[in-house]
Ligand binder design. Structure first.
Ligand code: BES
Ligand code: ZN
Ligand code: ZN
Length: 467
């Protein structure tokens, strides 16, 4: 079930959201019933602190209090309101109106705080019964409820796709998910399957995916007839064993999430279609499994890409850039106004910025500025990385035009991005090297799959594409 706002009702519990610094001042304005109870229970407005104030007749809570902490505390985490919402007992809550210090949430943060609250109700319950969704929220005044719910639905889609193990989220099921989404919004989805990949000149997608039982494919979703052309490319490696350069068990464990890029572009596509943005949207997903068998591609093989560039395989575990390369070439042939790829591409990106930040590359400074600007308000942290031209030599040392896994491993995320840029041609291009996973639970972000960068991109589209 995708979380939504509760319908307004007369018996919703009023929730005061209290800044720590002004907690005592605010309590002084309150009736004894509230102030006395808050003081007796040590309510000080600390971040995530909640308190239900009983009604004098003993009939349910009169009001509820949630701590909003201090600015310094809030800077250390996202989704402050969610931290409290997770602790509130089941019920329907409505935020107190601001003005008298009873609602510390600034207007500019209200929508992302509501997004966070709704995301506390996300459950991945495919394999076991999940605990009840918990506290529900009535959409506060001034919040575009439909817009927030659409961000929530997109994020839930992304998380579900990533969380589903590879046995139930292989290329077949990823295709089905894209087709379901296309059907919901009247988009078309075309699929180039297996041998047809060779006929249609998408050889590297075939080479990476041919060893798996589930057949490799390219999913091509299109929506919208007017406006600028926006093409999203997402890495859809449904499981990454590393291929013949087999990953050790400790590194392979999480590799069901190696389709996180495709899950995230599908979430982003959902936001765009639900909002009816005036763009010509195309989503390309090379969906494969990087598996081991007798016909697996090998270290030392030289592949010829769609673009004609040859690629020496120095590590079959650097497979993401191969499947993306052919998809990017195809995308570029259509001369999009903006081309964006998202991929769980390198371990190096994680070493550089950790799991919380989405590192991204942009060929146009204005696009980087736009994304950096929306990142904060959307609570979707990103960090710009450089397409550092002097490192181009690192990806071209061997017997072919390009090397898929430069020796030494210096600047691994950058060299992967430079590799992809070769195939994006002259397109205005952005690339996100995401992690797609929350390793330890935080408010509104349980351990597991997570979308990164999609909300920041979505909010920046009007500026980037002059919509
Ligand atoms: N899917 C991995 C990257 C990855 C690993 C992302 C762990 C997130 C967490 C990718 O296919 C890969 O294995 N890349 C190699 C490239 C190297 C061999 C050049 C890597 O990053 O080690
Ligand atoms: Zn790999
Ligand atoms: Zn991979």
């Amino acid at each position: 079930m995708t979380p939504v706002f509760a319908a307004p009702c007369d018996n919703a519990i009023v929730l005061y959201v209290i800044d720590q610094a002004s907690c005592e001042t605010w309590l002084q304005t309150q009736p004894d019933q509230v102030a006395g109870w808050a003081r007796a229970n040590g309510f000080k407005g600390a971040i995530g602190q909640v308190l239900l104030v009983p009604a004098s007749d003993g009939n349910g809570p009169a009001v509820a209090l949630a701590g909003y902490g201090s600015a310094a505390q809030r800077a250390r985490q996202r989704f402050t309101l969610a931290a409290a919402a997770e602790k509130l007992p089941e019920g329907i809550y409505t935020l107190a109106s601001g003005g008298d210090g009873g609602n510390a949430i600034p207007e500019t943060a209200l929508e992302q705080e509501c997004f966070g609250w709704l995301m506390t109700q996300y459950r991945f319950d495919r394999y076991k019964e999940a605990k009840a969704p918990g506290a529900a929220l009535v959409a506060p005044e001034g919040v575009d409820a439909k817009a927030v719910e659409s961000l929530v639905a997109a994020e839930c889609l992304t998380r579900d796709l990533i969380n589903t193990p590879a046995a139930d989220m292989g290329p077949d099921q990823l295709q089905a998910a894209a087709e379901d989404l296309a059907r919901e919004f009247g988009a078309t989805a075309q699929v180039t399957l297996d041998q047809d990949l060779l006929e249609q000149n998408l050889p590297m997608i075939h080479a990476v995916g041919r060893a798996a039982t589930a057949r490799p494919r390219l999913i091509d979703l299109r929506w919208g007839d007017n406006g600028p052309k926006l093409t999203l490319v997402g890495k859809g490696v449904c499981f990454d064993t590393g291929g013949l350069n087999l990953k050790p068990g400790s590194s392979m464990g999480l590799m069901k999430k190696d389709m996180g890029g495709s899950a995230t572009v599908l979430g982003l596509a959902r936001m765009i279609m639900a909002a009816g943005l005036p763009v010509q949207l195309r989503v390309l997903i090379p969906a494969v499994e990087n598996a081991v068998s007798g016909n697996a591609f090998r270290p030392g093989d030289v592949l010829t890409s769609r673009k004609g560039l040859t690629v020496e395989i120095n590590n079959t575990d650097a497979e993401g850039r191969l499947v993306l390369a052919d998809a990017l070439t195809l995308a570029d042939e259509d001369t999009p106004d903006l081309l964006i790829s998202m991929a769980t591409l390198t371990g190096a990106a994680r070493v550089a910025v950790g799991p919380d930040l989405a590192p991204f590359y942009a060929s146009a400074d204005a696009d980087a500025a736009a994304i950096t600007g929306t990142s904060g308000p959307m609570a979707d942290p990103v960090w710009r990385m450089p397409f550092h031209d002097p490192y181009e030599t690192m990806i071209e040392p061997g017997i072919a035009d390009l090397d898929n896994a430069p020796a030494g491993g210096f600047a691994g995320s950058i060299t992967a991005a430079l590799f992809l840029r070769r195939f994006a041609g002259n397109s205005r291009y952005m690339h996100f090297d995401i992690y797609g996973w929350t390793p330890s639970a935080a408010p509104a972000r349980p351990k597991g799959g997570v979308g990164q960068g999609a909300r920041a991109i979505f909010a920046a589209l009007p500026e980037m594409l002059n919509l």
